[in-house]
Design a protein around this ligand. Structure first.
Ligand code: PEP
Ligand code: MG
Length: 888
């Protein structure tokens, strides 16, 4: 037996509050909570009630409701009848309702809605009499049967389109709203027949049966593939469930003095402080979002219906002040009177999030701390992303609406499944659709950008793309999209599937080919927000950079030093690779010295450039790390050339290459093991580092080298390498008659190093966690091969996330925490940081803050993300501390 507890299952609007912190939101869902709160604020909302989200999970398991639900719904319906003066199922004054989903966290467009419920052959006559408008009554009836058939009976939605198109053709009209009454009546009959024929069940005439069918369908829609995909992407728990809202209908399709629309209290793309949105006259809600008709910008409503527009402006101001955040609203105007149907936190692009947060501080709506907390760090990605170079030659195809900012290039793909397949193979794809629907969601997730021919700024494509921070151009209506062969034509040009295009979501332009992109400008609001974040964070943020160019970029993004300079990357270019190969294949130390002597000046120049770029900040340089085979030639011609260069036979060179090949190179001759086997390499690198440091210091540059020894498992490995580095440093300082202070430390990237961190810390001055290798070796999971089966692990819920992307706190995190504690016990001033990929991941940064690390280091584009995430982590820690103190 299921126990449903004593809580109410049904809440009439006005009974529950939604102040953002209230637990009521879990029960009422976002939409129900918003409607309840608007009712409390005295804003015009049609009366209605919410069936608790607490029922969803158990309904989906048992396909049954608790016995006390039915009387509770009946009582609420009675209250609704009293409030409206209409009768549910009544023939003369029929009460019609909408049935809508709404979870505690918003999932726009992912679940189902049914409008005009309560209509049947008798009540439609009553509706016609009540409204004095037959066209409206039968248009509502036709919509209801169509929606109900699709949502409750699962009849494919496209099957309803053909009869509609035929009727319009026969009547000689292009818009649904111009269909004559007889055609609408005909459509109702055809739709009912279609449902009967496809399901074997008649369309229910009884409004009670209609209502329960709709309630069940809304709960069922929690588990559709698109809803599940959306939850996975946005990390919404499956257990949350949706509530069901039953709301008295108000009608936007009652004629030219009626309409419906969606609005944001500020522009969700740019953040500009002006009412933003779209509306359609003589229409119902789904017409605006489906993209079937192209709506008008909201500003035009001011001329069309000044009073309703004025009311809308007043309501939006009240709501924004009340919720202290941007609201995303749905409204309907019935014969000139405004009704609000929804208010929720407005999703916004990264650029808008920053601007809104900063401006709300200026408007004294929120504090600087709240502003920091309001911007999801990963959303900064969108601001940091490239735009099209204004000087690049461009081949403009067409222009649509600038629905979500950012620019991207990729192969045009016209189907979500194919887009998914190509993207999984590593190809950059742009999903091009006539209009997107929730069924396209999985393709949109993996596409670089989205382009649609139809729909407005609040169409499905636009809303979803903004939510994901992807560039999107919507409603490029000159484009004609064809199914077979897949492609589009526009202005006499045609683009086939696979051809490259470039989409600029900031301007709405679409170009043929791959356009040159440039990095973004980071000033104004962005730098103010970052300034507030910087004041509050404890963690320093460094950049992983191997070249002066990367170091400069990292510094422009606010990096306070280099946390990882992978020196091997310097050995791949031009003649360096030949010298490197010569060094590896040399038969004795002398031969190696000769080759290293060629590499020394090149390395020194690299380090000078990097020290200069990072003047005044620490620079951590890691000694050579990868397995040697990565440098060796594989093609016969390259082997022959190398043999000539080294005055050796091809066979001899080939033999050495074979000798160096390893079964498990990632666990083989790499990291400090190279320096142990070939101490000359360590000595050459140390010399290059200290000579470069002295050169820069001699010109009054402030350099702070930190030499890092990779892949240490045993303290003796560190000790031996450290000895060489120190000796070389002394030599160089003597030669140059100059001393540069430096640190000597190690990476912690093997479990044994973490386990013996106290021994190592007695000799090393800093630790940097290499979480890429540490994850690989803790899990015994190859970082290069895991891609083959990790997706299956994720699919089967064996792991929650890819441990190479999301730090595995339970496993790898435990080793890190242990190493930090052991290390600090052995050396009080041990400097601790992280330089694996996780160093730029907000959840891992919160973990590093909790470990009281000194810094995180990440790739240049993630530096601002890390700065913001570090501030949020510091504020969160402080909040937790304050909360803990308050409860102790
Ligand atoms: C690591 O292992 O986390 C690391 C930073 O080094 P690399 O990725 O170069 O092995
Ligand atoms: Mg490593």
């Amino acid at each position: 037996m299921t126990s449903w507890g004593p809580e109410p299952l049904v809440f009439f609007f006005g009974q529950g509050r939604a102040d953002g912190t209230s637990a009521m939101k879990d029960v009422l869902g976002g939409k129900g909570a918003g409607l309840a709160e608007m009712t409390n604020l005295g804003i015009p909302v049609p009366p209605g009630f919410t069936i608790s989200a607490a029922l969803c999970g158990t309904y989906l398991e048992t396909r049954s409701f608790p016995p006390r639900l039915r009387p509770a719904v009946e009582a609420a319906l009675g209250r609704l009848e009293a409030a409206t003066g209409k009768v549910f199922g009544g023939g003369d004054t029929p009460l019609l309702v909408s049935v809508r989903s709404g979870a505690a966290l918003s999932m726009p467009g992912m679940m189902e809605t049914i409008l005009n419920l309560g209509l049947n052959d008798a009540s439609v006559v009553g509706l016609q009499r009540m409204s004095g408008n037959a066209s409206f009554a039968y248009d509502s009836y036709r919509r209801f049967v169509q929606m109900y058939g699709g949502v409750v009976f699962d009849v494919p939605k496209r099957l309803f389109d053909a009869p509609l198109e035929r009727c319009k053709r026969e009547a000689g009209v292009t818009r649904d709203i111009d269909l004559p009454v007889a055609a609408l009546q005909q459509l109702v009959t055809e739709y009912k027949d279609l449902i009967h024929q496809k399901t074997g069940k008649p369309f229910p005439e009884d409004p009670q049966a209609q209502l329960w069918g709709a309630v069940e369908a809304v709960f069922e829609s929690w588990n559709t593939r698109r809803a599940q995909d959306y939850r996975k992407l946005h990390e919404i728990p499956d257990t949350m469930g949706t509530a069901v809202n039953v709301v008295a209908m108000v009608f936007g399709n009652m004629g030219e003095d009626s309409g419906t629309g969606v609005a944001f209290t500020r522009d969700p793309s740019t953040g500009a402080r002006e009412l933003y949105g779209e509306y359609l006259l003589n229409a119902q809600g789904e017409d605006v979002v489906s993209g079937a008709r192209t709506p008008e910008p909201i500003a035009k409503l001011r001329d069309r219906m000044p009073e309703a527009f004025h009311d809308l402006e007043r309501v939006t101001r009240t709501l924004e002040r009340h919720f202290r955040d941007v609201q995303d609203l749905e409204f309907t105007i019935e014969r000139g009177k405004l009704f609000m149907l929804q208010t929720r936190r407005g999703q916004r692009s990264g650029a808008a999030a920053v601007r809104i947060a900063v401006e709300m501080v200026d408007e004294e709506l929120i504090s600087e701390e709240e502003a920091i907390a309001r911007v999801p760090p990963n959303d900064l990605n969108q601001l940091l992303h490239p735009a099209i170079d204004p000087n690049a030659p461009l081949d403009l195809l067409t222009t649509g609406l600038p629905a979500s900012p950012g620019a991207a290039s990729g192969a045009a793909v016209f189907d979500a499944d194919r887009a998914e397949a190509r993207a999984r193979k590593g190809e950059a794809v742009i999903l091009v659709r006539r209009e997107t629907s929730p069924e396209d969601f999985h393709g949109m997730v993996l596409a670089k950008a989205i382009l649609t021919a139809r729909g407005g700024m609040t169409s499905h494509a636009a809303v979803v793309a903004r939510g994901m921070g992807k560039p999107c151009v919507a409603g490029a209506h000159e484009m004609e999209v064809h199914e077979t062969p897949a492609g589009f034509s526009v202005n006499g040009r045609s683009i086939q599937e696979g051809e490259w295009i470039t989409v600029d979501g900031a301007t709405g332009r679409v170009f043929a080919g791959q356009a040159r992109l440039i990095p973004p400008e980071l000033s104004g609001n962005f730098s103010r927000l970052m300034g507030w974040a910087d004041k509050r964070r404890h963690l320093r943020v460094r950049v992983n950079a191997d070249t002066p160019a990367d170091a400069h970029r990292g510094r422009d993004f606010g990096a306070e030093g280099i946390g990882l300079c992978r020196t091997e990357h310097m050995f791949f270019e031009g003649e360096r690779i030949s010298a490197m190969r010569e060094m590896i294949l040399a038969s004795d130390a002398e031969g190696r010295q000769r080759a290293l002597a060629k590499l020394l000046p090149m390395q020194r120049t690299d380090f000078e450039g990097i020290f200069r770029a990072m003047e005044g900040f620490p620079v951590t340089i890691r000694l050579l790390d990868p397995p040697l085979h990565e440098f060796l030639p594989k093609e016969t011609e390259e082997i022959e050339a190398l043999a000539r260069q080294m005055n050796k036979s091809v066979n001899e060179v080939q033999h050495t290459i074979e000798m160096l090949s390893e079964v498990n190179p990632m666990l083989g001759l790499r990291g400090c093991r190279l320096g142990i086997m070939y101490p000359e390499i360590t000595a050459m690198q140390a010399r290059a580092i200290f000579e470069a440091a002295c050169t820069v210091a001699a010109r009054k540059g402030r350099v702070q080298p930190e030499v890092m020894i990779p892949l240490v498992a045993h303290v003796v490995e560190f000790r031996k390498q450290a000895l060489i580095v120190r000796q070389v440093a002394e030599e160089v300082f003597r030669e140059r008659q100059l001393t540069v202070p430096y640190l000597l430390g190690t990476m912690i990237e093997l479990p044994r190093a973490a386990l013996t961190a106290d021994e190592i810390a007695r000799e090393a001055q800093f630790f940097s966690f290499g979480t890429n290798d540490l994850t690989q070796t803790t899990w015994g999971l190859s970082r290069d091969d895991a891609g083959v089966f990790l997706p299956a692990y994720l699919e089967r819920n064996i792991v929650e996330s890819d441990p190479f992307i999301t730090l595995d706190v339970a496993g790898v995190g435990k080793l890190i925490a242990m190493a930090v504690t052991l290390g600090r016990e052995a050396r009080g001033d041990l400097k601790v940081g992280i330089c694996g990929e996780h160093g730029g991941e907000p959840a891992a940064i919160a973990f590093c803050e909790a470990q009281k690390m000194n810094y995180v280091s990440c790739s240049p584009f993630r530096v601002p993300i890390a700065r913001l995430a570090a501030a949020q982590a510091a504020l969160e820690e402080r909040g937790t501390m304050i909360r803990t103190r308050a409860t102790v």
